[in-house]
Design a protein around this ligand. Sequence first.
Ligand code: FES
Ligand code: FES
Length: 165
Amino acid sequence: MSDAMPSALEVAITLDGRDTTLEATPATSLLRALRDAGATATTGACEQGECGSCSVEIDGRVECSCLVPALVCHGSVIRTVRSFVRADLADALAEHGAVQCGFCTPGIVVAAEAALADPEPLTEHGVRESLAGNLCRCTGYEGIIAAVLRVDEARRDASGRERTG
Ligand code: FES
Ligand code: FES
């Protein structure tokens, strides 16, 4: 059996709106390939699909990038927290004390914006379900939930959409 490392292959993706080429072996996760390419806005902690900090959107679906082999992403459109971060959510998270160490925050923002895209008004239960895959060791979640609900309400008010409840 050979001990030679498999050589890296090129993975062409659209990353946050820009054509980007990653390098990856069959064993390289998308998270590792992104960070090795300098796209370090996406954090990672467990690298086992448990914490959600590495969440990105791949072709419209939110996924844990630590669980996705980079090679299968060839040709994909990938959006990280860089594509999702908006001032209103960032401000609301800060004002609710929902960013402390910040390690979970990129994944929280990706998951929260996916929830906020729902045409129906969000409920506390719905936000909790949407963020169930995103662990936060610091905040106790209450501030995160409150921030997302506030942004949902404010965006609905701003867009004149109907609110219920
Ligand atoms: S680093 Fe991917 S789920 Fe924890
Ligand atoms: S703010 Fe530290 S893990 Fe969430």
